[in-house]
Design a protein around this ligand. Structure first.
Ligand SMILES: CC(C)(COP(=O)(O)OP(=O)(O)OC[C@H]1O[C@@H](n2cnc3c(N)ncnc32)[C@H](O)[C@@H]1OP(=O)(O)O)[C@@H](O)C(=O)NCCC(=O)NCCS
Length: 203
């Protein structure tokens, strides 16, 4: 994919990104509710990412209302935190932070980063790097010490993003996914997060 110029992270947390001119305003929020309009935008972005070929579990295009219902369901799951990425105020991507269930004390220090994607029309502006950073910041602040993720070996953009962001590959599953009848390998990564926030201060 051709990269869309450069972008620093002046827009972290929803502030202005870039200065005058055509630079889009980038923002990332953790959401606990979505309006109908936002659900529509998220469904649209997800559908576009599925059609383009991946990052999400879905392989075949899904109706927008199926996708909207899926995200309504995500919002109801206590272990899941949903982050949305916005470009000029419109949702164009998302990521989920999934913590282990309460009975899994042994792994309570860790979490899984899942379903990380941007719609093809929003790529190349630095928004994925911002989304990743915001998820990591939130995870560290709630006491997560290790972030795990896995990705299809064919997702070269995502692999580059994660590896340049400090994720260490610890294994490869040769039969990770089946896409259009073809078996695809998947890589497994982890990153240790520096403790921050309330728990790090021991209060
Ligand atoms: C991965 C993805 C989110 C990156 O989005 P993006 O907007 O292009 O990413 P950014 O502009 O923030 O770029 C961040 C870094 O990602 C890497 N990257 C992204 N796309 C790339 C590409 N096509 N080729 C090489 N590196 C790429 C680069 O390291 C880039 O840093 P740089 O601009 O300094 O070179 C997007 O390509 C995507 O949604 N892919 C499909 C879903 C997916 O694979 N998800 C991961 C599964 S968990």
């Amino acid at each position: 994919m051709e990269r869309n110029g450069t972008a620093d992270e002046a827009g972290v947390g929803g502030e202005e990104h870039g200065s005058e001119g055509a630079a889009p305003v980038l923002a990332v929020d953790r959401v606990q509710a979505l309006t109908e309009r936002e659900l529509g935008e998220l469904a649209e972005a997800t559908a576009a990412a599925i059609i383009e070929g991946g990052g999400f579990g879905w392989v075949k295009p899904q109706p927008r209302d199926t996708l909207a219902r899926y995200f309504q369901g995500v919002l109801l799951v206590p272990e899941r935190s949903l982050f949305v990425a916005r470009m000029d105020g419109v949702i164009v991507g998302a990521a989920q932070l999934v913590r282990p269930p309460r009975n899994n004390e042994a792994q309570a220090f860790s979490a899984q980063l899942m379903h990380f994607f941007l719609a093809p029309y929003a790529r190349g502006f630095g928004l994925a790097r911002l989304l990743l950073r915001r998820v990591e910041e939130y995870a560290a602040a709630i006491g997560v010490r290790v972030l795990n993720l896995d990705v299809r070996a064919t997702q070269t953009g995502a692999i580059q993003l994660f590896e340049s962001g400090g994720y260490r590959r610890w294994g490869t599953h040769p039969a990770y996914a089946l896409i259009d009848g073809k078996t695809i390998a998947g890589h497994f990564y982890y990153k240790e997060l520096s403790p921050t926030g309330r728990r790090a201060r021991g209060s």
